[in-house]
Design a protein around this ligand. Structure first.
Ligand SMILES: Cc1ncc(COP(=O)(O)O)c(C=O)c1O
Length: 468
């Protein structure tokens, strides 16, 4: 018998590599405990090293790990306590370990995969219990963009049965959303053949919430003109200002007209876990589908989006298929029969571990803390005549601007946003609200302290004065 070739081994000196990687992670966590004075610039030597061509031969593992650590140290880490830009993730420690374990086993949740399926199901059920949403089924995704797209695929199939097979055949259809809806909904409209110009920008009220009466009128006008309504997308926490659309009133509008109600709570839904803010989300249980991103305000690292639906049927009708290379046992369903993605990592594990290790109450306390930081920041802004608050915070986004006499304030605040980025002591993104340039810090990090909030205000005052 011919001698068997041994398998090609691509492993590392395990004890050494693990000890080194563990040390790198421990050092990163320690560095996230306090704010950093500034972000190290990507210098010329690093740029040159990172433009080097591919090597045929190996690099010693500890050296390569150290190189990776240098890259990460020179990259913007959102878990740092003074990162207030966009809607950030804060890299919860237990969830980082969950990610490492999930990557190690590399289970594929495209197809039936054993206990991992049960963890995904259980975690979705836990979220349903926590948010008071009667979840029938759901899926983990790469984030709000894919969750919204997935929900709207199901809505399209309910509104226009068979459209996944036949296409829209020129049939005009529309989505209804607040003027402040997240761009991902417009992308979904593009990809689903609805068309981004058919996302009706429903007028908003003084608190930037979608007006339910205007939404009803838009649907009725479209129906009368032969346009098929696919779904109303209510935002539960807009990215721009944190406004929560009136879910109960929109559920009435949808119920009366037989239109799908999707709630995009990618950013804001976790505030429903806090007693003071739960009333804002009344009516959530009536939605057909709900998006929430655990990689935003449930603190776990990216990517960890969740979609929950009230009836399993439409997700299945939108995605079930018979690919010859994914054979089914009779009656058996794979995840690909209700999700957009095929290869799917075990994203639920990090959230499941985080909920196990900390318990729901710890999440509620951390979210409550962020809400109080937003209020503190609003008060700090109001204390100073050089700063202008652009509305009381509904959740944890606090848009405001710096006021400098004799300057065009939009030009000034855009320059200030750039100056803050260059300075690196605090990170805050700029935005435009109805053409008014502002800064919009978002407080979603469990590492942030009241002191960090004060520093944010003071650094803005300092750099704003320099530019004035
Ligand atoms: C309300 C809302 N929806 C959707 C998204 C998109 O989520 P993701 O970036 O995870 O795809 C965001 C991102 O900030 C958001 O704030």
């Amino acid at each position: 018998m011919a001698e068997q070739e041994p398998a090609l081994r691509l492993d590392v000196p395990r004890a050494e590599a693990l000890a080194y990687a563990t040390d790198l992670i421990a050092r990163a966590w320690e560095s996230f405990d306090q704010a950093r004075p500034g972000q190290p610039p990507v210098d010329e030597a690093l740029r040159v090293a990172l433009a080097a061509p591919i090597a045929l031969g190996p690099t010693p593992v500890l050296q390569a790990l150290q190189e990776a650590a240098v890259v990460l140290d020179h990259s913007l880490a959102q878990p740092r306590p003074r990162y207030f830009a966009f809607v950030a993730s804060s890299g919860l420690e237990i969830a980082v370990l969950g990610d490492a374990l999930a990557a190690c086993h590399d289970v594929n949740l495209a197809v039936v995969s054993g206990a991992a399926d049960l963890v995904e199901k259980q975690t979705i059920e836990w979220l349903g219990q926590a948010f008071g949403y009667p979840v029938a089924t759901g899926t983990f995704s790469s984030g709000g963009t894919v969750s919204n797209m997935t929900a709207l695929s199901a809505a399209r199939e309910r509104a226009l049965p068979g459209s996944r097979n036949n296409g829209l055949s020129g049939r005009p259809c529309a989505l209804y959303a607040s003027a402040d809806v997240h761009e991902s909904v417009k992308r979904a409209a593009e990809l689903l053949g609805i068309g981004r110009d058919h996302v009706r920008a429903i007028p908003i009220d003084a608190n930037r919430r979608m007006r339910a009466d205007a939404c009803a009128a838009a649907i009725d006008a479209d129906r009368a003109a032969g346009v098929a309504p696919i779904a109303v997308v209510a935002t539960a926490g807009t990215t721009l200002t944190g406004a929560v659309d009136p879910l109960d009133a929109l559920a009435d509008v949808c119920e009366q007209r037989g239109v799908w109600l999707h709630v995009d709570g990618a950013y804001g839904l976790p505030a429903a876990l806090v007693a003071s803010h739960a009333p804002l989300f009344a009516g959530l249980a009536r939605a057909d589908s709900v998006t929430v991103d655990a990689h935003k305000w449930l603190f776990v690292p990216k990517a960890c989006g969740v979609l929950m639906v009230r009836e399993a049927e439409w997700l299945e009708r939108a995605f079930t298929h018979d690919a010859t290379y994914v054979p089914h046992e009779p009656g058996e369903q794979d995840s690909v029969d209700r999700t957009l993605e095929y290869s799917r990592p075990f994203r639920a594990l990090k959230l499941w571990l985080a909920l196990r290790v900390h318990g729901l109450a710890a999440f509620q306390a951390a979210i409550e803390r962020n809400l109080s930081e937003a209020r503190l920041f609003a008060d700090l802004v109001k204390e100073r005549p050089e700063l202008e608050l652009l509305g009381e915070p509904e959740l944890s986004v606090v848009p405001f601007r710096h006021v400098a006499t004799g300057r065009d304030l939009d030009v000034h605040n855009r320059a200030l946003a750039a100056a803050l980025r260059g300075d690196g002591r605090v990170y805050v993104s700029g935005a435009d609200i109805d053409g008014t340039a502002c800064l919009r810090p978002c407080f979603v990090n469990f590492r942030t302290s009241d002191d960090d909030v004060r520093v944010l205000r003071d650094v803005v005052l300092e750099l704003g004065a320099k530019l004035a």
